[in-house]
Design a protein around this ligand. Structure first.
Ligand SMILES: *Cc1c(COP(=O)(O)O)cnc(C)c1O
Length: 400
């Protein structure tokens, strides 16, 4: 069946029309089944049609879908409390996407920098503290500010210029670059595992040195956990696995199991930066999204759930390595976030992605992250059997 209608032509989409999903399986309009190693790009954290999530959304829809931020909702208050308890953070702003969560973090960082140079009757000679430092190969979103924060030149075409000022990048893993952090820096923002940039886990020692350097120069240390957060890496948050204590953490993607939602969490020196009116979002934190997010968090907090995510991811990577296929250069990741580097001899990542989709009788949905990297981010509750079935398709395709 051909794609009908007109959706803005910003996505290079495949000619597949999905009709429904169940767990880690998707069915297209022609009745063909696909194993889902994409999960809506790490969004459908609990797969499709997950009963407790569906029930929570249905019940909340009957109570109240939206109440606006003049007021609180019981569901919103409950979710904020639960999320803060789970993360150890002190405050939260809710938005509707990863980019929006990061915009909030960037605005918070700028105000933090402004306060630190204008408060305490700083002499006028003090340099403005307004530079946000991010990492090469990072990805932070598609709005102008988050695009500028994104450390990949391919995302910065001339035709979107001028880009906002006050951003620069350093190289992940590079200790010399940490020495360039100075009193002009208001925040350093990193991903625990760079997702769109090719599934590159941050070196834990360097991550700690980076956090320390940020704090020593008086800047905030912020983690973009839009992709790594909410159990994806086998811990609720990557910062917990890495033993880091970020001042600001951003979330989105899997947070509400597919209902659009983003969150910017803050604590300590970042906790009291925003005042009423500084930042808002009409839809942000509406009770429907919060009800969905509560259902997701309930499941992630079940005993053994996250340990299984970690083990399943390790098993997947062991299995792929055991194929010893010459076209595979590297396999890496954390939890159910796996990157597979190809040497290109059997085609680039997009070609493999296409062949997996066309495989029969069952297709396989996979993501790419750069020209030669496959990215596998299945639902966190995918069964062992579906993992094996999906990997069998991938192996067949890669073996040619
Ligand atoms: C996907 C992603 C974003 C952007 O999220 P949107 O919801 O598409 O705005 C930001 N940061 C990271 C790390 C991401 O993976």
């Amino acid at each position: 069946m051909k794609r009908k209608g007109r959706v803005v032509n910003n996505y290079s989409s495949f000619d597949v029309v999905f009709k429904s999903g169940k767990g880690a399986l998707l069915t297209d309009a022609g009745g063909k089944t696909y194993i889902d190693f994409v999960a809506g790009i790490a969004v459908n954290a609990l797969g499709h049609g997950y009963a407790p999530l569906v029930k929570a959304i249905r019940r909340q829809a009957q109570k109240a879908i939206h109440v606006c931020n003049y007021y609180h909702s019981d569901t919103g208050v409950e979710y904020a409390d639960r999320l803060l308890r789970a993360s150890g953070m002190e405050g939260v702003f809710f938005g509707n996407s990863g980019a929006e969560a990061n915009e909030a973090a960037l605005k918070l960082a700028r105000k933090y920098g402004w306060l630190s140079t204008h408060r305490d009757s700083a002499p006028p000679s003090v340099l403005a503290r307004n530079t946000v430092v991010t990492l090469e190969k990072s990805f932070h979103g598609r709005t102008l500010a988050t695009l500028t924060a994104t450390g990949q030149p391919v995302f910065h075409p001339d035709y979107f210029a001028p880009y906002p000022a006050g951003f620069r990048t350093i190289r992940p893993g590079n200790y010399d670059d940490l020495k360039t952090l100075d009193e002009t820096v208001c925040a350093v923002m990193v991903e625990g595992v760079q997702g769109e940039g090719g599934v590159h886990p941050l070196d834990p020692d360097w991550a700690h040195a980076c956090q320390k350097a940020a704090h020593e120069c008086g800047a905030l240390f912020m983690m973009d956990e839009v992709q790594t957060g909410m159990g994806r890496t086998g811990s609720l948050f990557a910062f917990q696995a890495l033993g880091l204590t970020p001042d600001v953490v951003t979330l989105a993607k899997g947070i509400a199991g597919g209902v659009p939602m983003g969150a910017c969490l803050f604590r300590g020196r970042a906790a009291d930066v925003f005042s009423p009116g500084d930042h808002q979002s009409t839809f942000g934190g509406n009770p429907l999204a919060c009800a969905a997010a509560l259902a997701v968090l309930d499941t992630l907090e079940k005993p053994g759930f996250l340990a299984r995510v970690a083990e399943t991811g390790d098993r997947m990577r062991r299995e792929i390595r055991s194929w010893n296929l010459p076209c595979i250069k590297d396999v890496r990741g954390m939890g159910l976030m796996t990157g597979v580097d190809l040497d290109g001899s059997g085609g680039n990542a997009a070609a493999v992605q296409q062949s997996c989709l066309l495989a029969a009788p069952k297709g396989l949905c996979i993501c790419t992250a750069g020209e030669f990297t496959l990215r596998l981010v299945p639902p966190l509750n995918i069964s062992d059997r579906q993992i094996d079935e999906g990997l069998a398709v991938l192996r067949r395709v890669l073996a040619g």
